[in-house]
Design a protein around this ligand. Structure first.
Ligand code: ZN
Length: 275
């Protein structure tokens, strides 16, 4: 989404902003339209799951898609109306950017850039594992004493910011680690295997513009292309692509986890990771 926004909206100047008035995860400030008017987009950054749309005058529009949020871009001056659009930015050249969010867990907040990293949403986040991939040794130390499962450890945005539910299952499968194991019980070699897979899985998914199950769409309202590459996620009962054992689904922290009981069993061999 960051890459798509960067190529589509960078350099454009906001002419007007319309709000639905509905409350998202938190209330959108009613002053947002007047503060955004005439601002120009200078770049788009990301940390974890947060998008940072930089504007001139040292402002940054901070946003999170939540459960079902989408940024949708259109060059058409009068795009087809859509339900659940809570923010519409109209650019001076006639193009527009809309934030659509049926379940309303998303967030949008305009922040002064010098206060950005003190914003309560960003201040609590761990490092971004795609921008700066962690070493196995670092993860091993971070997990020391952690009693939480390794699956939920990877999802904890305060430790690492950016791994979501789909990719946590994929990373652990490719690293051949049982998702039910306590994070603090994994050895250095196991963390090395997990560390190697984190940037690979995230990188491949980003290249294919993400994974669509229900709500996620690209900036052009199309599904992402990574779904067909998934090895375990949403494949319960189907044969493991590596060993043929049926993939198992369990629930951890109210979220589905998928894994191969054979490849990711305690006695699974630690063969070198496939390239
Ligand atoms: Zn298997």
């Amino acid at each position: 989404m960051r890459r798509m926004l960067e190529v589509s909206v960078r350099g454009r100047t906001i002419a007007s902003v319309r709000l639905s008035g509905a409350k998202l995860r938190s209330r959108i400030a009613p002053s947002l339209p007047s503060r955004l008017r005439r601002r120009r987009v200078t770049g788009v950054r990301r940390h974890g799951k947060y998008l940072l749309i930089d504007l001139d005058e040292d402002l940054t529009l901070l946003s999170h898609l939540g459960m079902s949020g989408r940024w949708l871009f259109s060059t058409d001056g009068r795009p087809a109306p859509l339900p659940h659009v809570h923010v519409r930015l109209a650019f001076a050249d006639g193009s527009s950017l809309r934030f659509q969010d049926p379940r309303r867990f998303g967030m949008l907040r305009l922040v002064r850039r010098d206060r950005l990293w003190r914003d309560p949403s960003l201040a609590v986040l761990g490092p971004d594992p795609f921008a700066s991939p962690p070493a196995g040794e670092w993860l091993h130390r971070l997990a020391r004493g952690a009693r939480v499962s390794v699956k939920n450890f990877l999802l904890d945005q305060r430790r690492l910011a950016g791994i979501g539910n789909i990719y946590a299952s994929e990373i652990l499968h490719r690293g051949r680690v049982d998702p039910r194991r306590r994070a603090g019980a994994l050895g250095r070699e196991e963390w090395n295997a997990v560390a190697a897979e984190i940037p690979r899985v995230l990188g491949e998914a980003i290249e294919r513009m993400g994974t669509t199950f229900r709500s996620y769409r690209t900036l052009w309202n199309e599904p992402g292309g990574y779904g067909e590459k998934l090895l375990v996620y949403d494949r319960a009962g189907e044969p493991c692509r590596r060993c043929g054992t049926p993939i198992k689904r369990i629930v951890q922290g109210q979220r589905s986890t998928y894994f191969c009981p054979r490849c990711q069993g305690r006695k699974a061999s630690r063969a070198p990771a496939r390239s």
